[in-house]
Design a protein around this ligand. Structure first.
Ligand code: GLU
Length: 311
């Protein structure tokens, strides 16, 4: 049987097959050969591979959290009036379907859906909406989080595509705030700073269905919302490679263009760890759809070796 270290070392060699995202100028500074993994079980038991002190921004991984905060605040029925839960197979920032017969964004994991969700977050001001998500995260991670202003501003000043999406959403009645407010909330949330261990802890939240004695009240979610979040990760979480990932890796997961991935393990045994587990991965070298190449390689091998397929 291959050890975690074997799989990790093999995955490290794959980093050269991808490229660091450059369309957000501040992300281009990441090291393309970095790869780190954290696997976290209950009671804070954790296995780390690679340099787990490196920090990164959540980017699209935050979409799962914002969705949960908005859905818990309103109700799933209300949210469904604004965003569907259907996969698209299109790229994450595609605008094309907003012009089709069905103008409602297809799901909260693509930019269109996530910008709508940003406008639906609790609170009147931009600050309160951002805080509703950071507070939820802080209750899961048990530490304060902050926004990387350089990444935020770098993306804000080059966000023409997302701005165009927001204007179409607004024109079609799927934005419940101003265009600029929704955009700023969305981009600030994408710029929240985490480590790969934090990613694992976020994944563990889903693996335990939010049941972990150390979570405070602020991390509370209805089970329905957690289940929908996991279904969204399984069907739409890995960009337009979500189908392949579900078919050949078989776990709810969400990735971001910073090279972040969270992956949810229901109940298993991986070396010294047992039970529900969260996996966090950080490999800034990404493939053409936006997924970390080393991360995908690692999870594919890990799932086969440790029988993690959940379906
Ligand atoms: N802030 C990024 C964008 O909107 C997030 C993309 C991603 O990680 O998928 O383009």
């Amino acid at each position: 049987m291959k050890t975690l270290q074997d799989i990790y070392e093999q995955s490290l060699t794959v980093t050269k097959e991808g490229k660091v995202a450059t369309y957000i100028p501040a992300l281009a500074a990441a090291s393309s050969d970095h790869f780190s993994v954290s696997i976290c079980a209950k009671n804070n038991k954790e296995i780390q591979l690679g340099d787990c002190h490196a920090t990164l921004t959540l980017q699209s991984v935050v979409k799962v959290i914002s969705f949960m905060v908005a859905a818990n605040h309103h109700s799933m029925d209300e949210i469904m009036k604004y965003v569907d839960v259907e996969p698209t197979g299109d790229s994450f920032n595609s605008i094309v379907r907003l012009e089709s017969d069905k103008k409602k964004p297809f799901n909260p994991m693509i930019n269109a859906g996530a910008i709508t969700i940003a406008s639906l977050l609790p609170g009147e001001s931009l600050h309160d909406k951002v805080k509703s998500v950071t507070e939820f995260l802080e209750a899961i991670l048990q530490k304060q989080v902050h926004i990387n202003n350089e990444v935020y501003l770098s993306e804000y000043h080059s966000a023409d595509y997302n701005r165009a999406i927001a204007y179409i959403l607004k024109a079609n009645g799927f934005l419940s705030s101003d265009v600029e407010d929704a955009l700023q909330v969305y981009l600030q949330l994408c710029s929240i700073v985490v480590t790969v261990s934090d990613l694992a802890k976020i994944a563990l939240y889903f693996a335990t269905d939010g049941n972990n004695e150390y979570y405070s009240e602020k991390a509370k979610s209805s089970l329905e919302v957690i289940q929908v979040a996991k279904a969204l990760m399984l069907t739409c979480g890995m960009y337009n490679a979500s189908g392949k990932f579900a078919a050949f890796v078989g776990m709810p997961a969400k990735s971001g263009v910073s090279g972040a991935i969270i992956a949810v393990v229901k109940n298993s045994k991986i070396e010294g760890l047992q039970g529900p587990m969260g996996i966090g991965l950080y490999g800034p070298s990404i493939d053409s759809v936006g997924n970390s190449v080393a991360g995908i390689h690692f999870l594919t091998k890990l799932s086969k070796e440790y029988d993690l397929f959940c379906l």
